[in-house]
Unconditional design. Structure first.
Length: 175
C-alpha cells in the first residue's frame, strides 16, 4: 500500500510521501531513541478517526530509516524510531465513512452526496446536505471545515404556494 497523502508533522508541515510498500521487517532488539509507546501515541495523534488495531508496533526499515509500523483499521502510520517524526501515513477513510462523520458532526441522519475535491490545497471529501450545508472531511476522517449556502435549500413546508395563473401575480407589490 502506498501513502496517498502527506502526514502532519512538526509545525504542521506535511511529511514527505513515502513508498510504504518498501518497508522491511527488522529485529525487535534494535536500539531506538523513541520507545514503542511514544511511537504509538504519535501515530494515534496523526491517525484521525482511525482505530488502533494493536497495542504493539513492528520495527521496519522504511526507505533506509528505522521506523515503527503502527496498524490501524484504515491503514498504517510509520514513525521514525530515532526522531519520533511521522514518516508516512496510509490511512484513508472511505467516502461513506466521511459522510457518516459529517452527518454526526451536524447531528443529522443523512447526507445527500459525497465528492472528492481539493480544499485549500488538500485532497478532501466534500459532504453535501439538502439543508444547504457542505462539510469538508480530510482523508483521515476529521472535519476540517463547513459552509452554509442558504439559497440552495427550500423547505417545502415553508415555501410559498405556486401561482396557479402563470402570467399574473396575485401578491401585492410593495412599491
Amino acid at each position: 500500500m502506498q501513502a496517498s497523502q502527506s502526514a502532519v508533522i512538526e509545525n504542521n508541515k506535511p511529511a514527505p510521501v513515502v513508498e510504504i510498500s518498501t518497508q522491511v521487517p527488522l529485529s525487535p532488539t534494535i536500539t531506538t531513541a523513541i520507545d514503542m509507546a511514544t511511537a504509538i501515541s504519535t501515530a494515534q495523534a496523526d491517525a484521525g478517526i482511525a482505530t488502533l488495531s494493536s497495542t504493539k508496533a513492528d520495527l521496519v526499515d522504511l526507505n533506509g530509516k528505522t521506523a515503527y509500523e503502527i496498524l490501524f483499521d484504515f491503514g498504517k502510520v510509520y514513525v521514525d524510531a530515532n526522531t519520533g517524526i511521522v514518516l508516512g501515513n496510509s490511512i484513508v477513510v472511505t467516502p461513506e465513512i466521511a459522510g457518516s462523520v459529517a452527518a454526526n458532526y451536524l447531528q443529522l441522519n443523512r447526507y445527500n452526496k459525497v465528492s472528492q475535491v481539493t480544499y485549500k490545497g488538500e485532497n478532501v471529501y466534500k459532504v453535501s446536505f439538502l439543508q444547504g450545508v457542505n462539510v469538508y472531511v480530510n482523508m483521515k476522517g476529521v472535519v476540517i471545515s463547513w459552509e452554509y449556502i442558504p439559497s440552495s435549500y427550500v423547505n417545502p413546508s415553508t415555501a410559498p404556494e405556486s401561482n396557479p395563473n402563470p402570467g399574473s401575480d396575485s401578491r401585492e407589490n410593495d412599491d
